[in-house]
Each structure stands twice: as C-alpha cells, then as structure tokens.
Design a protein around this ligand. Structure first.
Ligand SMILES: CO[C@H](O)c1c[n+]2c([nH]1)[C@H](O)[C@@H](O)[C@H](O)[C@H]2CO
Length: 449
C-alpha cells in the first residue's frame, strides 16, 4: 500500500532554533554587559567540565556565513534570541548601539536570503546588573523588560514579523530559583513562585508595550511535557495532576486564562503567594500565538519524599542521551497539540523547539556525520505535527532544536542537539544526515517524511 502523501499548510514556517548565549560567544564584545549566565558559567562547579559561553559556536563573528548555511538548508524561518545585555548593558537606561546594530544586520541578512526571523526577547541570559537589583524577584522587572522590549520593537518591528517575549519561564523559575541548577542558582521554594509570577508580569508588560508600537505578531514560548500516570492509583493520579499544573499549566493559564491552577497550592504550600487581580489582568494580554517546545513526555509516579512535587518520573525504554533519559515519544506531541486545541480554544501554535541529543563525536572526518537516531526522531515528531494538523490543531510552523550543536547550559558542550555538528576546537561546521533529511522535508513541504 503506498504511503499517503503528507503536505503541510502552504505558508508553513520551517526553521531551526537557537539562543544567544548558547551560540554567539563574545559575551562582552562591543560594549555588551555580562549576563547571569556569564557569571554562572564562570563559577566553578556550576557547568559540566567548566564550559562557558565565551566562544561556543562563535556565531557573533561568523553570523554572515551561518546565515548562508541556513539558506543552503532551505530554511524559510530562523528562531533566535537577542541578548538583553548587548542592547542594554545595565539592563535599563543606556542603549549600546553596537549591540542593537548586530541584531539589525542579522535580521537584514536573514530577510535578504528569504528567511523570516522569529525573535525571542529573553532566553534566560538576564543582564547581571538587573540580577544585582533583585532580578526576577523584583516586581520592577516587568517595567525593565518592557523598556528593553520597546527599544528592540522600535528598531526592528518593521522587519520582524514574529516576536516571542519569553522562552520557557518554567525553566528559569524551576532551574534558577527552585532547584538552583541554572542561573542565578537559587534553591528556595519561597522565591520560585515569585520569580515565576514576575516573569509572567514581564511577559504581559512587553505584550502591552508591543500593542502600542507593533504591527506584527507576538507570543509566549512554553515547554510542555505531557504527564502520564504510572498507574491509576489515587496517589499517582494526584501526582500527575500536580506535575501537569506545575510545568504545563502554571504559565499557559495565567497568559491565556488570567488564572493560576489550583494545584499550585499543593505544590507550594504556605510558599504560595496570593496575587492581586491587577497582576493577572496585566499577564493576560491577548497574544497572537503560543510557542510550544516539545521534547518528551513524563510517566509520573507519586513519591512523598520528592521535593517539592512529591512525584518522580519513571524512566522508559527508548530514550535520548539527556541525563534524565528523555523518552522518544512522538505520541506525546500529538497529545500535547490536541490538549492545547481543546483546553485553550485552538490558538495558533508554532512548535518553537523540537529535537534530540544523541551521542555525536567531538571531531568529524568526512563531509557529513551520520546521525540516524536523530533523523528517526525528527521524522516521527514532524509526522506527529502533521497528525495534529489533520485533526484540526492550528499549527503554523516547526523549528528544529537546534541548528548547531551548542552550549547546553549546565551540561556545557557534553550534549549535542544540532543538525550541524560543531567542532569546538576548530569551529568547523559539518552537516549531519539530519540536516540533509530536514532540508528535503522543507523542500517538499513534508512529502519527503
Ligand atoms: C525542559 O526541556 C525543555 O523543553 C527544553 C529543552 N531545551 C530548551 N528547553 C531550551 O529552550 C534550549 O535552550 C535547550 O538547549 C533545549 C535542549 O535542552
């Protein structure tokens, strides 16, 4: 029986995603101010092997040929983030012209090569100067973020059609303030919900600012990891509900519904703050799309000893090389997209990140690196996107994570997600077979799956 031909919507965005601190290098060049990740990666013991973002892919200096490489892959879109500290070295006030000029040149080159930019304003690299003023624990950060956003909107909104306020506020609050494994490295259950709330207030303030000056689209990017109970026991079902509320609903629902899930009280207990209605009104600014970062699912079991969720995830059979063994589970992407369709009124969605890390060698000899496991992962997950579209979900684009192997936060360079291999000694870029595969999928708008 011949395979039914797969076609995506005519103007579907096909891109790759990256972020500033993970690929640019030169974190202090041309007047840029340091970020919390510059400080964190230069603090011994915080990042595996003492890796830092000082060089990484050296994109800050190789951006022109990198854009040409994107064009050679046939990308029609590229998702990247702007380093706040390059534009406003102290986070507020003085604008660093050289920093803003870098991103303007990047946008212009992308457009000249037929590549639509999707720009993320904040992908975790908060200016250190703002962290010194309390960072995400200071309510004023909503104004600081709106000020920064305005500077960028005014310069680039005539060319950038897709904006994102935040990338994955959950990771910042959970990693940076609850568990302390990401910058700024706090471990405090009383801080985490406040950081989460101020992140969302900043999102709302930036969207509100955008509506005054912008003419294009703006959204929020959240990581969604669907939660499946390990059993139908009351304890596992309750643990699954808590885990879903803590990761998947805690950010989407204030943004889309103007309220927090009740289950957060079970997670945070007496650390759960009561927020004024005005805050939630600010957060619930209408957005044009939801960005979904999907990698894996979680099978959840109750575990009264696990802090703070009182739940753990059960490792599954086929998984990627991430430390906690992210299961390869494309059905979870279908389930996630249909869950958003049904629970939040079928908003426009972009898959703003999807990808996998498998072992790739540090050096590559030949012209291409074989990465069959990643090809298989991408094929299954892009097919899952198509399944969700056929079942009525309004999906408008897909961005593979990531264009290059890059700085994988606390894991340093030990984890490789790229479609293009990075030799960190020579900075040589080498296409993997996943890049060639993705290129064919784009050229045939899905038929090559
Ligand atoms: C918690 O998993 C998230 O969905 C997630 C996975 N990832 C992310 N978020 C981040 O947006 C990227 O900066 C990471 O490099 C990438 C790979 O780890």
């Amino acid at each position: 029986m011949t395979k039914p031909s797969i076609h995506f919507p005519k103007d579907f965005l096909w891109g790759c995603a990256t972020s500033a601190y993970q690929i640019e290098g030169s974190p202090l060049a041309d007047g840029a101010g340091p970020s919390v990740w510059h400080r964190f990666s230069h603090t011994p013991g915080r990042v595996q092997d003492g890796d830092t973002g000082d060089v990484t892919c050296d994109h800050y200096r190789r951006w022109e040929s990198d854009v040409d490489l994107m064009q050679s892959l046939g990308l029609n879109s590229y998702r990247f983030s702007i380093a706040w500290g390059r534009v406003l070295p102290e986070g507020t006030g003085r604008v660093n012209a050289a920093g803003l000029d870098f991103y303007e040149r990047l946008v212009d080159r992308l457009l000249s090569r037929g590549i639509q930019p999707m720009v993320t304003l904040f992908h975790w690299d908060l200016p250190a100067a703002l962290d010194d003023r309390g960072g995400w624990l200071n309510r004023d950060i909503a104004h600081w973020f709106a000020e920064y956003a305005n500077v960028v909107f005014r310069r680039l909104d005539d060319r950038v059609k897709y904006w994102t306020t935040l990338n994955e506020p959950w990771v910042v609050a959970d990693g940076g303030y609850m568990h302390g494994v990401l910058a700024p490295g706090h471990r405090n259950i009383f801080e985490a919900p406040r950081a989460a709330h101020h992140l969302m207030m900043a999102h709302g303030a930036a969207v509100q600012a955008y509506r005054a000056v912008g003419r294009n689209q703006i959204g929020l990017v959240v990581n969604i990891e669907p939660k499946y109970p390990a059993s139908q026991s009351d304890a596992d079902l309750a643990a699954t509900r808590r885990a879903e509320a803590y990761m998947n609903r805690q950010y989407l629902e204030p943004a889309l519904l103007g309220s927090y899930p009740e289950e957060l009280h079970e997670v945070f207990g007496d650390a759960c703050p009561k927020w004024p209605e005005a805050d939630l009104k600010l957060i619930k600014q209408p957005i044009d799309y939801v960005g979904v970062n999907y990698y894996t699912r979680a099978v959840v079991r109750s575990d009264p000893t696990a802090w703070p969720l009182k739940s753990t995830t059960v490792k599954q059979k086929q998984h990627t090389h991430m430390e906690t063994g992210w299961e390869v589970f494309p059905q979870g992407l279908v389930d996630t997209l249909l869950w958003i369709r049904d629970k939040y009124g079928n908003p426009p969605v972009y898959i703003t990140e999807n990808g996998a890390c498998f072992f790739d060698p540090p050096q590559v000899e030949g012209p291409v690196l074989e990465d069959p496991l990643r090809v298989d992962y991408l094929r299954k997950h892009i097919t899952a996107v198509h399944t969700a579209i056929q079942r009525g979900a309004d999906i408008r684009g897909y961005f593979a994570w990531s264009l290059f192997d890059n700085f994988e936060w606390a894991f340093g360079f030990s984890k490789r997600f790229g479609l293009v291999h990075m030799n960190y000694e020579t900075l040589k870029r080498t296409l993997k077979t996943s890049a060639h595969f993705y290129s064919k999928v784009i050229a045939t708008n899905g038929a090559a799956l």
